[in-house]
Unconditional design. Sequence first.
Lengths: 444, 302
Amino acid sequence: MSDSRSPAVPGPSGSPLLDVDRITVRFGGLVAVSDLDLDVPEGTIVSLIGPNGAGKTTAFNCVSGIYAPSGGSVRFRGKRLERALTPGTILKALAVGLLTGLLFAAAAVDVDRMWMAVVKRGMITGEPFTLAGAVERLRGYFRSELAIDQMAGKWRVVSSDGADVLAIKRDLAEARLVRDALQAKVTARRIDPGTVPDPTDLGPSDEPQAAGVTLPPVKEEVLDRLAAGKSRIRFRGWSGLALGLILGTAGTLAVWQRGRRSPHVVARAGISRTFQNIRLFSNMSVLENVLVGLDRTIPGGVLAMLLRTPANVRGEAAARKKALEALGFVGLAGDANRIAGQLPYGDQRRLEIARALATGARLILLDEPAAGMNPSETADLASLIERIRDSGVTVLLIEHHMNVVMRVSDRVAVLDHGTKIAEGTPAEVRRDEKVIEAYLGGGE
Amino acid sequence: MFFLQQCLIGLTNGALVALVALGYTMVYGIIGLINFAHGDLIMLGACLALTLVGALGIAAGGGAATWAGVAALVLLCGLFCGGLNVAVDRIVYKPLRNAPKLAPLVSAIGVSFIFMNAGLFWLGPADRSFPDLVPSTNLLAHDGLQFTLKDLLVVLVVVPLMVGLSLLVRTTRLGKAMRAVSQDPVAAALVGVDVDRVIAATFFIGGFLGGAASVIYGLYINTIGFQMGFQNGLYAFTAAVLGGIGSIPGAVLGGLVIGLVRALSSAYVGERWTGAIVFAILIVILVFRPEGLLGRRTREKV
């Protein structure tokens, strides 16, 4: 187990439900939480207290997956709350990689010139467009073969990318002969002494047939460049493909890695929370707010929703019942159809708790639930928190109202400047010198 | 009578604008991104529609066969644009989800250029005429007033799509999740909503509506070109802002208003002033209602 270093003793129900193991959170140069160890045993209420800016909410954000800690780990029921790396993820990344690779390759071999060689030149010479012809011309482009195109009514023998013009003829047949003869010269140059001829170089049109054709003078360096064209274009194509494949796959995996510990994964595993500044869906009704958290319990996709299949209708009804139960639990059953934003402040806090509970969470994080409440509301809240624990849901609490903390907590951990300075039962913490110092003598 | 006729034209055109505006407003509503590529996405939808008309051999005047062909076009182009929109979200916008808002915005402009070049490649530089599959037969017995089969087609496609969309958003749990994510994505994720899936669904729906709009546009206007996305996108975006960006009924209202203003100003003032008048009205409305006609004042988020 990873908690061998952790000082906390396991709670009454055995191994801890939540095991925060030496997490550190940095924002730039600022260390918000450093080396925090915290165990939350199942079925207990654990409070996190400390002066403002002590890093309590940051710790919460880490547990609920909003921030990734820069060091350490968070385990819930012994598992790290992350999306598992499945073969599907890798396949998806490879597919994106392949697509990127093809795009890179197309760019590297110059897609514009390839288009010209494959489609446009065929149109210029007036051949009917066939797939076989296009494939042949595409292969010709990759073999870097000389081609023919037209300019101002005359036929030109050009390099496959159209960059070099080798001859200009009035007559198409003559131009074809010149092309074939020049191609033979270029091909001969590709085969260096002592190397094996490349079989793809030996096409029927490559045999010399210079009878009656006067070849235009072509500079040696141009011939050399043309001869090198084939390996150049292949090198570009393959390296573009490889580069794109690597970049695309790695990039997709990097993005996946970043979103691996996303809040919804944490929420679905069974951790839910409320916020210090209430974050309800304030334009939606009270019932809808709770239902959002129950959505994933309803079977069926979009089609099932629109067609209202029996399974979908049953699921909706069950979700509604559960949502109303949760509202009843916090005492808001009568307000189900009101707009959330119009509820009184204290009720909004309780609605947030209902929403968190309805997700079926095993652990609920409450971030200053009593903030802004009067003493009677605070007392109600304390008994609500106890009822939550008694219903079998573990509670991790941040709170400044010491009477709530001291009344409900089974254990209390004290944070100051991002480090834990004390932990123990409420009575132990109350007597701790460091705690008294941190609060400047203000226990309650 | 002339006035009524112009209103009819304006409303039909406006319905088309509204369909495109929905794509802007939904994406803005859910991730706060002005998806500048949306207009060009629709241009690509029109390219596919033109190609499909040839490939499927859809001919004019064939009665049931033509209508089935048009329905197939709407469906296929809708699926194509929806799928393409989701792919762009996954590849381009999703990695930038936590980046400052300007980063995805600039990427959207980049995607817009990529689409425009793809369209240039697909269609060629010149405008292409779109086959006139649906004739402009007047359906009204009245002489002075025209409501053609084409206008009916626009209504037949746009109205069910909008009704379906509003049902989806109001009554289904996907709609509930969409409203939740648009209000507070973090809180939604923390109660177990898969935010990325909801966003993908939104992109798909927006793209689907755009794909349907592209087919109707081709059939109604009969000319498509690789630059059509820019101007139509701009008008639709204007409609979305006018109605209150992020608000679905707002986009519909904004689209209809823009359509009316365009029709009336070209009829009474002159075609060349249409753009100026539309944008002047936009400015005046935004001075008095910065949140748009039906938009809500956005609360500051902490």
